[in-house]
Design a protein around this ligand. Structure first.
Ligand code: ADP
Ligand code: ZN
Length: 526
């Protein structure tokens, strides 16, 4: 193979400054570039906005041949190529949006060695035609962007990604660099295993985003709380509001618009033109709030998103981290705000339970949800918990809700026993609403119908409000002390673990309920 000047570092720095116009490499960029230039495989874990692109763009310019970038983000390829053209890098792309003539033209340039970088959609790359083309051109490297798409457990799973191991089999001499912003150990292991990157050097950047303030509040009336939050802290700012369903996306956008906040919907059920129009407006105009499902955001590079809000619980910490990571990419302070309640836990558990997937998949999803719930219920610093999930120990941050106003905990054993025995006494046949009514001694039609006013637990919880009981119930479900039977009208049931609590053998420490306060307007730190 070809030899390279000993001073790769100088050469790389020179390109960084003269082509891209940046004075210095950030974090591990320099080492990654050097490693790949010398033909090594790499796995790069860097948060969104960390600067992954340069890690393969510069080596592609230094090494002989064309750099092939595999990316699922077809919608962004044109922009990426245009941006490179602006600084004089010869780039092109191959995907399903092009005409045959356009494809022929790119292929010709590749054969003639006139391109530095070509972005290719995975399904295109895997065609016989494309693989044969790659056999006859000089390839500088393969960059596999959004590499977490190989993970079957993640929400961005793309079946074609699994077949990318073919790159190693057919082109063993070509270095490969896989890049992702998702960094939990399981995804990391899957990328290494499925892409045969066992010999790759791993570059793990810090996942901390110190300018993002994490806040998770008790959900009372989510939309109204969201409005208060935006009005108090983000008037006129650009932001993203994530909702679980398309319907809720539409309703939330309407609600914000009615209240004077310019908001647009974005979800997979809308037609393509409207979706891209909304996305373009969000990117171009100031102060638009995008209400979206998780279909929105991958690869979106808008630096001044000042807040990301969740009106529904994400399925995993990876999802939460990626979505909140779209805030504050310019480094200025930003908020990640979420409203979370009993219904979220019930709904997410139900979605896992009712899915058609096999038991292993359900178990993995259940464990991911548990980690997300424990982030919501934690009495510790949110950031410590979040970084810990990605295998990075840290100290309390001083810039999250639990650091700024520490939650109090209380011995919830007796409250738990009251709930559990009520569930038991109504034969584990009733849902949360009725259980709370019985505890609080409310005289409803259903109570009368079933004569539940005669139960010994009727009214034993009249000292607490409905919201407080729901918060306790939510935590007990999150802790696995109560199960929800979705096949029977979401009836609450006891679990193995709850018996120990009822017998007084296990104590339960719970987070003290905090009444939703009106958000206080305070100046952003700079
Ligand atoms: P990622 O793909 O990791 O989300 P990008 O590669 O899109 O991140 O880079 C994010 C932003 O940071 C871009 O605007 C990019 O130009 C900028 N950037 C990357 N590396 C550097 C650097 N060494 N110095 C200054 N800016 C950089
Ligand atoms: Zn903190």
């Amino acid at each position: 193979s070809a030899s390279y000047p000993a001073n790769t570092v100088d050469q790389a720095l020179h390109l960084l400054q003269t082509v891209f116009g940046y004075p210095a490499f950030r974090s591990q960029q320099g080492q990654i570039v050097e490693h790949v230039v010398h033909g090594g495989d790499a796995l790069v874990l860097m948060p969104t906005g960390g600067g992954k692109s340069l890690c393969y763009q510069i080596p592609a310019l230094i090494r002989h041949g064309v750099g092939i970038v595999v990316s699922p983000l077809i919608a962004l390829m044109q922009d990426q190529v245009d941006a490179l053209a602006e600084v004089g890098v010869r780039a092109a792309f191959l995907n399903s949006t092009q005409s045959f003539d356009e494809i022929l033209a790119v292929e010709k340039k590749m054969r003639e060695g006139e391109l530095d970088l070509v972005y290719i959609a995975p399904e295109r790359l895997l065609t016989q035609r494309c693989l044969e083309l790659l056999e006859i051109v000089d390839i500088a490297l393969f960059a596999i962007d959004e590499a977490h798409c190989v993970s079957q457990w993640g929400h961005d799973f793309r079946p074609e990604y699994i077949r990318l191991s073919i790159l190693h089999e057919r082109f063993p001499q070509v270095p490969r660099i896989a890049l992702t912003a998702t960094a939990d150990q399981q995804t990391r292991d899957e990328i290494i295993h499925r892409l045969q990157l066992e010999n790759a050097l791993q570059f793990v950047s810090s996942f901390d985003r110190p300018n993002i303030r994490y806040q998770i509040v008790e959900k009372a009336n989510g939309r109204k709380q969201l409005l208060d939050f935006i009005q108090a802290q983000h008037a006129g700012d650009a932001g993203i509001v994530y909702c679980l369903s398309r319907k809720k996306v539409e309703e939330t956008a309407d609600f914000l618009n009615e209240n004077g906040i310019t908001s647009l919907p974005y979800h997979a059920g809308m037609d393509m033109t409207e979706r891209s129009r909304n996305q373009a407006r969000f990117l171009r105009e100031d102060g638009i709030v995008m209400c979206a499902t998780i279909a929105f955001g991958m690869g979106i590079d808008k630096p001044d998103v000042r807040f990301v809000a969740h009106l529904d619980l994400p399925k995993s910490v990876e999802g939460y981290y990626q979505e909140t990571g779209r805030a504050g990419r310019d480094g200025a302070s930003a908020n990640a705000w979420m409203a979370y309640g009993l219904q979220d836990v019930v709904q997410q558990r139900r979605m896992i339970d009712e899915s058609e997937a096999n038991d292993t998949y359900k178990r993995v999803q259940g464990a991911k949800l548990d980690a997300m719930l424990s982030l919501c219920e934690t009495l510790n610093c949110r950031r410590v918990q979040l970084l810990d999930y990605f295998g990075q120990p840290s100290e309390p941050c001083g810039n999250c809700d639990t650091c700024l106003s520490p939650p109090t905990s209380f011995d919830g054993t007796i409250a738990a026993q009251k709930i559990l025995s009520t569930i038991y006494r109504v034969d584990q046949r009733f849902a949360a609403g009725h259980i709370v009514d019985v505890l609080r001694g409310i005289d409803t039609e259903r109570v009368q119908q079933w004569r539940h006013e005669q139960l010994s637990t009727y009214g034993i919880g009249s000292d607490k409000s409905e919201a407080e009981w729901r918060a306790i119930l939510r935590q007990l479900i999150a802790l696995g002390l109560i199960a929800v039977d979705y096949e029977n009208y979401s009836a609450l049931k006891l679990t193995e673990a709850s018996r120990a609590v009822l017998r007084g053998e296990t104590k339960v420490q719970l987070r003290q309920y905090k009444k939703a306060e009106k958000a206080v307007k305070h100046k952003r730190q700079s």
